[in-house]
Write a protein of this length. Structure first.
Length: 319
């Protein structure tokens, strides 16, 4: 079931959706108008296509703020019998404003804003959200808020929460996808497995929080070390995988390229960082596997890489 959710989240997450932490990251500056402005003048403001809503300040009580949305104004001007514009044109903007909008502070988490929005009445649920500021106001559309929430949920379902790398299911799905793209040609897929040594000892001697911090720093370093076109994931508690696609080449060059990628990653991860003492920085077991020309198979690559990794572990024990 998790595999299906991961696949779904990977493909239905809105393209380009912002994973915003707070609503301030989604808010756009909004025009503030006085409540006594004639509705006719307000209609002129909304002729600008970029204006989705305006904040309304009560001229009689400046601390009171309302909102007029594009949809709300259109409904008011249409009116029940089609005479809304004639009736309202000279009336003050305050007459068409919603004086109980959802107003949040800039630092409010997006998830909290979405929850508050869903508690509103059905006719107001998808109105823009006003974001208060010390000197200006902003507005975030309900659509942007929901997209940000969906993007975060998608990220949580496909990424490891500690390292923020793609998780096991997502990584193996990506490997299968790469293999499906190169079948029948001389292009190669490379899988490098990295096994972190000694995490149990770190946890026992220094606590699990320190062990987690080491893994998170190692993952950050790994992601920064990836050559263009490669991707990394956390495939088990102490293990990472790196995926790469090589251009068409013969077997000898494919083997050399896979080994060069493995050595490159090991070299970039060898020295401690993040303030950790050398004694806390772990060593790595590693292994690389590459597909044969015209027959890339994800399961076979994983099996080959794991066999080679097991041989390296055994050899290390004998040393």
């Amino acid at each position: 079931m998790h595999d299906e959710i991961a696949r779904l989240a990977r493909h239905v997450a809105p393209r380009g959706a912002t994973r915003a932490g707070s609503v301030a990251e989604l808010a756009q500056p909004v025009l503030v108008v006085g409540s006594t402005m004639p509705v006719g003048q307000l209609e002129v403001v909304f002729r600008r296509p970029e204006v989705g809503c305006v904040a309304v300040q009560d001229d009689a009580a400046p601390a009171r703020t309302g909102i007029v949305t594009r949809a709300g104004l259109a409904a008011a001007l249409t009116g029940r019998l089609g005479y809304g514009r004639a009736v309202l044109e000279r009336r003050p903007t305050g007459a068409v404003a919603d004086w109980s909008p959802l107003v949040v502070a800039p630092g409010t988490p997006v998830a909290d804003v979405a929850t508050l929005a869903m508690t509103r009445s059905a006719e107001r649920r998808y109105d823009d959200v006003l974001v208060s500021g010390p000197t200006s106001w902003g507005a975030a559309s309900a659509a942007d808020v929901m997209r940000a929430v969906v993007a975060e949920l998608a990220a949580r379902s496909t990424r490891d929460p500690l390292t923020r790398l793609p998780g096991r299911s997502t990584t193996w799905y990506s490997l299968a996808h790469r293999c499906s793209l190169v079948r029948g040609g001389a292009t190669r897929v490379v899988l490098v497995l990295l096994d972190v040594r000694g995490t149990g000892t770190i946890n026992a001697d220094h606590g699990q929080d320190v062990g987690d911090a080491v893994l998170a720093e190692l993952a950050s370093r790994l992601e920064a070390a990836l050559p263009a076109g490669c991707e990394a994931g956390r495939v088990d508690g102490d293990g990472f995988a790196v995926l790469a696609t090589l251009p068409a080449m013969d077997d000898l060059r494919a083997a050399a390229s896979a080994e060069a990628l493995r050595q490159h990653l090991l070299a970039r991860l060898a020295e401690p960082s993040g303030g950790f003492e050398p004694a806390l920085w772990p060593d790595l077991h590693s292994a690389a596997a590459w597909s044969v020309a015209g027959a890339a198979d994800a399961d076979e690559l994983v099996t080959q890489a794991e066999r080679r990794l097991l041989r390296e572990r055994r050899a290390a024990v004998l040393v």
